[in-house]
Design a protein around this ligand. Structure first.
Ligand SMILES: [Zn+2]
Ligand SMILES: [Zn+2]
Length: 129
């Protein structure tokens, strides 16, 4: 397996390389993720900031402050949601990326659910043992 993976937005304007090992991979059902991504669930894979390197178009990213200290960046050309970065000590120094944006294999599969209490009845759900 490679030691990193490539993620890019829909238009290809923004591209990055994330070096393994990733920190976690989880499905998030929180209202902020679902609304900003217009989706029933968002699957995130997390890395330390130092493991993520932009290879194209970082200047295309727009920064949306979805709550105090929480930055959700998206491609200013195609609108693809790209990163979750927070000043919350729990996630400080991390970059969370949507698993859906990876065009090469990552080093883990989703193995947990977050904020399930905010999941709409209709959203797809996979229970982990
Ligand atoms: Zn784009
Ligand atoms: Zn969330």
């Amino acid at each position: 397996m490679s030691d990193s993976a490539v993620a890019r937005c829909h238009c290809g304007g923004v591209e990055l390389v994330a070096a393994f090992p990733s920190r976690f991979c989880a499905h998030c059902y929180c209202e902020s993720c679902r609304t900003t991504h217009a989706a029933g669930v968002v699957t995130w894979i997390g890395f330390k900031r130092a493991q993520v390197r932009y290879t194209r178009g970082e200047d295309l990213l727009r920064d949306y402050l979805s709550s105090e200290g929480t930055h959700r960046k998206f491609c200013g050309r195609c609108g693809t949601r790209f990163t979750f970065e927070s000043e919350n000590p729990r996630w400080a120094d991390e970059v969370h990326l949507p698993l859906a944006l990876f065009v090469t294999a990552v080093d883990r599969v989703p193995d947990e659910n977050s904020f399930t209490e905010e999941r709409p009845e209709w959203a797809p759900f996979h229970a982990f043992a």
